[in-house]
Design a protein around this ligand. Structure first.
Ligand SMILES: C[S@@+](CC[C@H](N)C(=O)[O-])C[C@H]1O[C@@H](n2cnc3c(N)ncnc32)[C@H](O)[C@@H]1O
Length: 327
C-alpha cells in the first residue's frame, strides 16, 4: 500500500480531482479497461489507412498479452512532455498499437521513435499512419514481442499495457542506462514508486526515472589526494536511498538523500559538526561532484565503490514472470 500512499501524497498538490482520479484508477481492475477501452478519433488519415491496409481494429480487441486500446491523444502528449522528451531522444513504445506514441514523439517533439507491436495488421496500419503523418524517417513501427525485443537503447519508454506486464518488464527496465524515463498510462510498476505522475479527470499516467546503482560503500576524496576523506555507506531500493557517512571515526546519517537517474544528492554533518551538501553524478563505480559546506567553502570530490555493489533483489525479475521469458 506504500505505493498508493505515495501516489496519493504526490497528487495532493494537484487537488481533490487528481486524488480521486488516482485512487479510482489505482483501484480499477484491468477488466474495467476491457469494458470501456479508449478509442482513437476517426480522422481522415486513419480512414484512408484502414482502407489501404483493409483492416479496422476494434477497441478492446484481444492482443497477445494485452488488448488494443488507445491512449487519448492529449495524454500521449502529456506523457511525452512529463518524460521531458526532446529531439535528442530515442522513444520506444512497447505495444505500439496504431503508432500514436511513435508518431507524436517524432512530430511534436522531433525525437526518433520506434513502436514495437505484436499484431501484424496493427503494424501495417501504424506504418501507413507513420507515412501519412509525415513522421517517416524519424518514426518506425515494427512487428515484435516486447518480451523478446531489445529496447535497451531507448532514452524514453512509453507503455500502455497491464499492471502485471509492467512488473514483468521492470527488471529489464532497471538494467537500462540510469536516467532513462519510463511513462506508463494508467498502470503502476508494482512496488517501484513513480518519480512523478500526471492526472486529469479519470486519466492518470506515471513516470519513473531509471536509477543508477549506488548501494554499497563509497570512499570519497579530493581528486589527486591519497586516502579517503570520508566514506559513505548507501542503502538503496529503486530510487529510494539512505545510509550514513563515516568521517574521522564518527558516523552521521545521510540527510535528504535523493537519486534521480545518475544525479545523487545528500547532506550530512561532518566530524567538526559542519553541515555539508554533496551533489554529483554516478558513473558505474565512480561518483564525481561537489561538496559544499554551510559556511560557503566548496571542494571537488570523487568517490570509488569499495568492494562490490550491494545485492539488489528489488532489481530482479518479479515472481511469476518467467513464463514471458520462456522459463
Ligand atoms: C493497450 S494497447 C496500447 C497501444 C498504444 N501503445 C497506446 O498507448 O495507445 C496495447 C498494445 O500492445 C499490444 N501487445 C500486447 N501484447 C504484446 C506483446 N507481447 N508484444 C508487443 N505488443 C503487444 C496489443 O496488440 C496492443 O496493440
Amino acid at each position: 500500500m506504500s505505493f498508493l500512499r505515495s501516489a496519493t501524497r504526490s497528487v495532493r498538490a494537484r487537488g481533490r480531482r487528481g486524488i480521486t482520479a488516482a485512487l479510482l484508477v489505482l483501484c480499477l481492475p484491468a477488466q474495467a479497461l476491457a469494458m470501456h477501452p479508449p478509442a482513437p478519433p476517426q480522422t481522415p488519415l486513419r480512414e484512408a489507412c484502414e482502407k489501404e491496409v483493409g483492416y479496422r481494429p476494434e477497441p478492446g480487441q484481444k492482443g497477445k498479452d494485452a488488448i488494443w486500446a488507445a491512449t487519448p491523444d492529449e495524454f500521449v502528449t502529456r506523457m511525452l512532455r512529463m518524460a521531458g522528451t526532446s529531439a535528442d531522444d530515442y522513444v520506444i513504445d512497447l505495444g505500439a498499437g496504431d503508432g500514436n506514441f511513435a508518431i507524436a514523439a517524432a512530430r511534436q517533439f522531433g525525437a526518433r521513435s520506434l513502436g514495437i507491436e505484436y499484431n501484424a495488421e496493427l503494424v501495417k496500419l501504424a506504418q501507413c499512419m507513420v507515412r501519412g503523418s509525415g513522421a517517416e524517417g524519424r518514426a518506425r513501427v515494427v512487428e515484435g514481442d516486447v518480451f523478446k525485443a531489445d529496447f535497451s537503447r531507448a532514452d524514453v519508454l512509453t507503455i500502455f499495457l497491464l499492471p502485471h506486464l509492467n512488473q514483468c518488464l521492470r527488471h529489464r527496465i532497471l538494467e537500462m542506462r540510469p536516467g532513462v524515463r519510463v511513462a506508463s498510462y494508467l498502470f503502476s510498476m508494482g512496488d517501484w514508486e513513480p518519480d512523478d505522475m500526471t492526472a486529469m479527470g479519470l486519466d492518470v499516467a506515471f513516470l519513473w526515472v531509471v536509477p543508477a546503482r549506488v548501494g554499497g560503500r563509497w570512499a570519497f576524496r579530493e581528486p589527486g589526494s591519497g586516502g579517503a576523506a570520508f566514506t559513505v555507506d548507501i542503502t538503496q531500493i529503486y530510487q529510494k536511498i539512505g545510509g550514513e557517512v563515516v568521517d574521522g571515526g564518527t558516523r552521521h546519517p545521510l540527510l535528504g538523500a535523493s537519486l534521480r537517474g545518475d544525479l545523487l544528492r545528500f547532506s550530512f554533518r561532518d566530524a567538526k559538526g559542519v553541515h555539508q551538501n554533496f551533489t554529483g553524478r554516478v558513473a558505474g563505480r565512480e561518483i564525481a561532484g561537489d561538496l559544499r559546506a554551510a559556511d560557503g567553502e566548496s571542494a571537488e570530490v570523487v568517490a570509488t565503490l569499495q568492494g562490490g555493489p550491494r545485492p539488489s533483489p528489488w532489481a530482479e525479475m518479479a515472481p511469476r514472470c518467467g513464463k514471458f521469458y520462456g522459463k
